[in-house]
Design a protein around this ligand. Structure first.
Ligand code: TYM
Length: 332
């Protein structure tokens, strides 16, 4: 079976609907047909300078949310990035093959560093995509299921793989992004031209999976729409309504066309009310499952330990292959 790999940062107590629909639901769908590796990228989270206790807690919470969404540790390898030291090792090697200009062109780096200013920007933020490339290339992953915002990082990963392969002979599998078109970019409820993001300007634009259901309902009801009355999908002139239709369709399984037809002659209030029901039907049982996993941290840590040892087998073999190709003297 071809291999896939993906990860999310433990930078928040809760994943949001963009993480869930843009990536996590495809992780779950793909785990049957692929040899799947899913991780919590705690090393990447260090770029936001988290409080140590908060980081540890969020790492477990993120893993619990993967499980609650349906990632099955019997079928997929579920692990924490820092438990596999080869990630940091390969990142160093790859950083020696990454152009300074190339890394400077990453739009996520440009956006984040602009927000933090030169003094607040770390070298870690700059080399973040190199660590991400190491994550992927260590596992010979053919596919990487992510949202649209990760496309450029995937392109850089492919370039690095090809560069190393052409210099040292075939060393890496050149991976492809797996981006689900309909849900590649879920938008902010208050600013439906910007992606839903943990760092968005107002929390009212976010739907966090672990939020109080009352808060979730309220945020959906106050979502920004437009001054027309007609419910139709039109990304350009009706981004707010289109986003609500996208979310509804992804969660209810009803195609957007059929949804639009069913709302003919009805108003935005009806759409929002029903969308809130659809979201809560998913979120309420999800929260219950997350709570169960978090109530037993020992069992959760055991799942992660088993995952880390499976991941290390693959990662160590790749690291050895790379070290050999590039001429590092083997330790004996
Ligand atoms: P992160 O933690 O920011 O986001 C996790 C996943 O959620 C997707 N996503 C979205 N999809 C649709 N609409 C949105 N509004 C939205 N917001 C986030 C992201 O595209 C991502 O798939 N660099 C990665 C983490 C990472 C990684 C990796 C991913 C590290 N190493 C190796 C894949 C493979 C990140 O910051 O994701």
């Amino acid at each position: 079976r071809p291999r896939i790999l993906s990860g999310m940062q433990p930078t928040s107590d809760s994943l949001h609907l963009g993480n869930y629909l843009g990536a996590l639901t495809s992780w779950v769908d793909l785990q049957d047909s692929y040899d799947a590796y899913y991780m919590v990228v705690d090393l990447h989270a260090l770029t936001v300078a988290p409080d140590p206790q908060v980081l540890r807690d969020r790492t477990r919470r993120t893993a619990a949310q993967y499980l609650a969404a349906g990632v099955d540790p019997e079928r997929s390898v579920l692990f924490v990035q820092s438990h596999v030291p080869e990630h940091a090792e390969l990142a160093w090697v790859l950083s020696c093959h990454t152009g300074f200009g190339e890394a400077s062109r990453m739009t996520q780096f440009k956006d984040k560093s602009a927000r933090q200013g030169a003094d607040g920007t770390t070298v870690g933020l700059f080399t973040y995509p190199v660590l991400m490339a190491a994550d992927i290339l260590l596992y010979d992953a053919a596919l990487v299921p992510v949202g649209e915002d990760q496309r450029q990082h995937l392109e850089m990963t492919r370039d690095l793989a090809q560069r190393v392969n052409s210099r040292f002979g075939r060393t890496f599998v050149v991976p492809e992004a797996h981006i689900t078109r309909a849900t590649a970019k879920i938008y902010d409820l208050q600013d439906p031209t910007a992606k839903m993001s943990k760092s968005s300007s107002t929390p009212a634009g976010l739907i966090e999976l672990l939020d109080d259901p009352k808060v979730i309902g309220k945020r959906i009801r106050s979502a920004v729409t437009d001054t027309e009355r007609e419910i139709r999908f039109d990304q350009e002139s009706k981004p707010g309504i289109s986003n609500l239709l996208t979310i509804h369709s992804a969660l209810s399984g009803t195609p957007v066309d059929a949804l639009v037809a069913s709302y003919e002659g009805r108003g935005y209030g009806d759409l929002k009310k029903e969308l809130a029901e659809v979201v809560l039907d998913v979120v309420v049982p999800f929260q219950e499952r997350v709570r169960r996993y978090l109530d037993d941290p020992g069992a959760l840590d055991e799942v992660l330990a088993v995952g880390a040892s499976k991941a290390r087998e693959v990662a160590a073999a790749t690291r050895d292959r790379v070290y050999d190709r590039i001429g590092l003297l083997p330790a004996r």
